[in-house]
Structure formats: C-alpha cells, structure tokens
Design a protein around this ligand. Structure first.
Ligand SMILES: Cc1cc2nc3c(=O)[nH]c(=O)nc-3n(C[C@H](O)[C@H](O)[C@H](O)COP(=O)(O)OP(=O)(O)OC[C@H]3O[C@@H](n4cnc5c(N)ncnc54)[C@H](O)[C@@H]3O)c2cc1C
Length: 283
C-alpha cells in the first residue's frame, strides 16, 4: 500500500521544530529514521497531515561523555551504536544488543530516540535502558526534564512524554570495570523482532553480586524487570543452586502476554531459558 498524502518540513533547529509542532499539534508527526513510521503510513495505520523531518537538527545528534554519564543523542542510529568505541567502553550492553536489531539497512537509518519514543515492548533499546537504569532527557519549547527509565515506559507504545515533548537524548551511567552485563534473545530468524529477550546488569563485589537488574523485552506491554528474582541476589555468590532459584523466581512472577505464535506458557519457559543462559555465561 501507499502512504496517504502528507506535507513535509525539515527544520534545522529545535526552535523551528517546536514552532511547527505548536502550529500543527496532533496533525504532525516527527520523522527520524522512518523505519517504523513509514511502515505505519504505508499501511495507513496513521494519517498525519505533516511530517516534520528532524534529521538535520544538530542538537539531537552525537554520543558524548558528560561528567559521569554517557549521553546518546536521539538521532544516533543503531549502526552508530553498534560501531562506536565510546559505546564499547562506556555502555557495552548496547554493543551486545545492537546486532539483534533488525537488519543492517534498518540499523543504518533507525534511531535510538525513535526506538525509545515509540516504546515497542519487543524492542531492544527500551529494555537495555531499563537494565542500565538510564534517564530520558525530554525536551519541549519550555525546557528540559529528566525522566528515569522506570517511569518512562507506561503502557503499550505509551510513554511519559507529554504533548509538545520529544526525546532529545538519554543518559546512561558509565560502565565500571566491576560491572557485569549480558544480553540474549530468541527470535525465529536473525533480524526478526524477538519473541523474548533479556538484558542484564550487575556489579561484582567480593561477597557476590550487587544491584542485579534483569530487564525482559517481548514479555508484556512495557519492558519488564524481574524484581523478585533480582532481590534474591543481594551480596550472594552465584552457585548452581542459586541459578536454579533465580530461574524459578523469574518463572513464578513473570506474566507474559502471548503473541501470534507463542503462548504465555511458552514465553514463561523461554524466560527461564534466557535467565539461566545469561547467568551461566556471564558470571
Ligand atoms: C523490518 C523491520 C524490522 C525491525 N526489527 C526491529 C527489531 O528487531 N528491534 C527493534 O528494536 N526495532 C526493530 N525495527 C524498528 C526500528 O528499530 C526503528 O528504527 C525504530 O523502532 C524507530 O526508530 P526510527 O528512527 O526509525 O523512528 P521513526 O520511524 O522515524 O519514528 C517512530 C515513531 O517515533 C516518533 N519519534 C521519532 N523520533 C522521536 C523523538 N526523538 N522524540 C519523540 N518522538 C520521536 C515518530 O514520530 C514516530 O511516531 C524494525 C523495523 C523494521 C522495518
């Protein structure tokens, strides 16, 4: 199918973009990488009168270390993340997850900010942002505010962004030598959206693990943190028995939504498989 007719504007600054957003309100949509939006237009799931192409706005570009955080601009593409030495050094979880996102052509155009703002529960970046306890920098014509990831993803494709706000960037704590990260997912074919995936972060201490975060994608309406299982691992050495307990805790608390080909009980089983795989591999 073809997209319905729409007007197109390409502002060069945030001010010009906010002016267009204010003038056109709900009739306008931001266009970043277009890898989700253009498909929804072609399928006529959305019929905006105006597309505001934000890809020339310098303020939304680039990766940088600022103080004790790594800032990822909204327009940074999945491929840039995959190849970046800054990401490898300061947010290696993202380097592990990036190759799982779609195919190269989509990763070359799709953006970090588009993925976070769209909040697909099967997408890799929202789950990673939750695992890293990152922060979304939301920007409007009136200024900036910081929203912790755990307060950002509210429901299916629904975020804490309010009218007139965009994702300008995200901030992640810098990776430390004693941090442990892991990522794995199951998909029917490489490049397909995942059936289920898991991003893990923890800090190694002489006593065991601290601050373990298990953030699943493809489970519910938003990324899901396995908090009951995480709580079992405060200052505790990882043994085979401990892994068994952890898997049992994940499987008894997860409430997966089925998809077209996988039942809730299949996803519950797979959640246990991924948990065991990551804990055994990475720790
Ligand atoms: C065949 C196919 C397979 C895919 N597989 C995967 C996959 O496995 N994993 C995965 O994570 N993704 C996958 N994607 C989606 C891809 O990663 C998209 O790039 C991403 O979801 C959206 O980013 P975008 O820059 O393309 O956003 P766009 O398509 O341009 O925009 C998406 C939505 O976000 C809004 N938006 C964009 N940027 C901002 C911003 N800065 N602030 C506020 N709103 C904004 C737009 O208005 C629009 O509503 C796939 C896409 C395709 C076509």
């Amino acid at each position: 199918m073809k997209a319905p007719a729409f007007d197109y504007q390409k502002p060069r600054s945030l001010d010009a973009m906010f002016a267009l957003m204010a003038a056109h309100g709900d009739e306008a949509r931001l266009l970043a990488g277009g890898q989700t939006l253009l498909a929804t237009l072609n399928m006529r799931l959305s019929e905006p009168a105006l597309l505001i192409d934000i890809t020339s706005i310098e303020a939304l570009k680039g990766l940088a270390v600022r103080g004790d955080v790594l800032s990822i601009g909204a327009l940074v593409t999945h491929s840039e993340i995959e190849a970046s030495p800054l990401i490898a050094a300061h947010a290696p979880l993202l380097a592990l997850a990036a190759p799982h996102i779609a195919h190269r052509a989509i990763r070359n155009r799709g953006t970090w900010g588009g993925s976070i703002a769209y909040a697909d529960p099967a997408a890799e970046w929202p789950a990673c942002l939750m695992a890293l306890d990152g922060v979304v920098v939301a920007r409007s014509a009136h200024g900036e505010r910081r929203i912790p990831a755990r307060e950002f993803f509210l429901d299916l494709y629904t975020t804490a962004l309010t009218e007139g706000e965009i994702v300008a960037a995200c901030e992640l704590p810098l990776h430390r030598p004693d941090d442990v990260v892991g990522f794995c997912e199951l998909a029917r074919r490489h490049g397909d959206y995942a059936i289920i995936g898991l991003a893990m972060t923890a800090r190694r201490t002489p006593q065991g693990l601290r601050g373990l975060r298990l953030s699943f994608l493809g489970v519910g309406a938003t990324p899901w943190r396995a908090e009951a299982a995480e709580a079992l691992f405060i200052d505790r050495p990882l043994t085979a028995d401990a892994v068994d307990e952890m898997v049992a805790a994940v499987q008894s608390t997860i409430e997966p939504l089925p998809d077209l080909t996988n039942s809730a009980s299949m996803k519950r089983h797979l959640a246990g498989v991924l948990t065991r795989r990551l804990l055994q591999q990475g720790l």
